[in-house]
Design a protein around this ligand. Structure first.
Ligand code: PGA
Length: 252
């Protein structure tokens, strides 16, 4: 049985005080259940402070982005090693806000993913189609391309440190959630593609989170779908009670 993995993406929200308070409340309320994994991904400026709050708890820490180089003249960027040293186990890569707001391409994301895994981070690799692509029946074509190009060159062993997040772009921050049928169909397609690329063992083990307007009232339904192994939560991760209610939806 695959564990369920719930991660909160705080995006560019929270003050330092609010971030520490939120992390402490999440750590306090997270269930001591080996089948449930919980992570929070605060803004990078708060990583070390939140790492101190989470130290010794079951909640993991993640960054929201990183560069692919080890170091250099890259103003405003963070290396994978910096995230690790700040206390991160995870980094989110390929979020639609990075792909579509900052022009991150499949090729760039492949370099970032390779570098992050090489440094020892686990990667939450996001994929998902735009509304126009879904309406043009291009969802599977887009997911196929994002997975094939984004994960190119990775080994099956490296895939043990990759979590996938299927996030239909039209569902992110919009309150429009994919129907259970849409989510399950996309997740099954993604798992099938991983089977083609990396084999049955990797396909059965890989965790595929759903993201896009996950809330306490829809979490349990989504999290009970056979190929949905967790959630990547934006808006509802900014309040401990709503995030913990989503986590509770993963308890079997
Ligand atoms: P949302 O964001 O939960 O606010 O829709 C999800 C995400 O961007 O990962």
């Amino acid at each position: 049985m695959r564990p369920k993995f719930i991660a909160g993406n705080w995006k560019m929200y929270t003050t330092l005080a609010a971030a520490k308070e939120l992390a402490a409340a999440v750590a306090k309320g997270a269930p001591a259940d080996p089948n449930i994994r919980v992570a929070v991904c605060p803004p990078s400026a708060w990583l070390t402070a939140v790492a101190s709050v989470l130290k010794g708890t079951a909640v993991s820490l993640g960054g929201q982005n990183c560069h692919f180089e080890k170091e250099g003249a890259f103003t405003g960027e963070l290396s994978p090693a910096m995230l690790l040293e700040a206390g991160c186990q995870y980094v989110i890569l390929g979020h639609s806000e990075r792909r579509h707001g900052f022009g991150e391409t499949d090729a760039l994301l492949n370099k970032k993913t390779t570098a992050a895994l090489g440094a020892g981070l686990k990667v939450i690799f996001c994929i998902g189609e735009l509304l126009a692509e879904r309406e043009a029946n291009q969802t599977e074509t887009v997911l196929d391309r994002q997975l094939t190009a984004g994960l190119a060159g990775l080994t099956s062993e490296q895939m043990a440190n990759v979590v996938l997040a299927y996030e239909p772009v039209w569902a992110i921050g919009t309150g429009k959630v994919a129907t259970p049928e849409q989510a399950q169909a996309a997740h099954a397609f993604v798992r099938g593609k991983i089977r083609t690329l990396f084999g049955e063992k990797v396909a059965q083990a890989v965790l595929i989170q759903y993201g896009g307007s996950v809330k306490p009232d829809n979490a349990a339904t989504l999290l009970n779908l056979p190929d949905v192994d967790g959630a990547l939560v934006g808006g509802a991760s900014l309040k401990a009670d709503s995030f913990l209610a989503i986590v509770a939806g993963a308890v079997r």
